[in-house]
Design a protein around this ligand. Structure first.
Ligand SMILES: [Zn+2]
Length: 130
């Protein structure tokens, strides 16, 4: 395997095995909202629907299927974290995610909210920023 192939999709420049993969494989819990945000981006890129659902706050969790609605040509390109902050049980992450559909690039700029329940961070909801 080429080294580039094993770098994490979230853009951390870390190997995926030392970044998002242990969370997606549920071998570890993301310690911060930003770590959860990164792992959810990577899960979107890898089409790991179960992880996306499991990390969604239960009262806000969408009904599967999540990813079948994605066009097959949608490809996640890049994640940029703009800011992140957290208290003991709530957090915010602002990010820009770049993706391509049919070769054309789009940006998703979102402010996401996270909450901690029983020691674990969950994605609650997000507001798209202009
Ligand atoms: Zn990562």
């Amino acid at each position: 395997m080429k080294k580039k192939d094993s770098l994490c999709q979230c853009g951390s420049k870390l190997l995926s095995a030392k970044c998002c993969l242990p969370f997606i494989r549920e071998e570890a819990n993301p310690p911060t909202p930003e770590a959860l945000m990164r792992s959810r981006y990577t899960a979107y890129a890898l089409q790991e629907e179960a992880y996306l659902l499991n990390t969604w706050a239960e009262n806000n969790r969408p009904t599967p299927p999540l990813l079948e609605q994605q066009e097959e040509t949608l490809k996640w390109i890049n994640l940029k974290i703009i800011r992140s902050s957290a208290t003991t049980d709530a957090g915010i992450v602002e990010f820009v995610a770049t993706y391509k559909v049919n070769g054309k690039a789009y940006k998703l700029h979102e402010v996401s909210n996270f909450q901690k329940v029983n020691g674990q961070w969950y994605y609650t909801d997000g507001t798209v920023a202009e």
